[in-house]
Write a protein that binds this ligand. Sequence first.
Ligand SMILES: [Cu+2]
Length: 174
Amino acid sequence: MWKPENNWWKPLDPIEKRWVTIAFIWCLFLTAMMPIWLVMGKQNVPAKTYKILPADYMKVVDKFVEQYTVGTDETTGIPIVEPPPGGNAFILARQFRWYPILKLKEGETYKIHISSIDVQHGFSLQPTNLNLQVLPGYGYVAEIVPTQKGDFTIVCNEFCGLAHHLMVGKIIVE
Ligand SMILES: [Cu+2]
């Protein structure tokens, strides 16, 4: 069998050796940072998930809307709901709208539940950097304290069908 002669490769140049070492250490550092940043980073929304059937979630949302509605949005006809501070608030995603419109108070804590009753949607609160996956069958609950007054737009950032681009909701903070 043919074999290459011994030492057919060129030995590493000292500079090459140094760069390979630096690159290797950098790889180890980045690998370690992935789990560290998952725990230490502030990018993760402190949230919990639970299983809930779409039909059950719809019932809960209907009850919530019935109990706390304070008005109706003139252009969309979607109810404006004011949950009690410290309590639960619900948002329901469906093709192609976010339901209802929440009216929150600045500086108060709310437990915001989000779920879908049809397909996967993406909850993206504008202009903040808050993004959550919305899946049918799962409730997502995040404790949120609004720190800024104004109207915030919810857009869907997961393509969910033909009118996906029209799926725009709202949260009002007073
Ligand atoms: Cu959508």
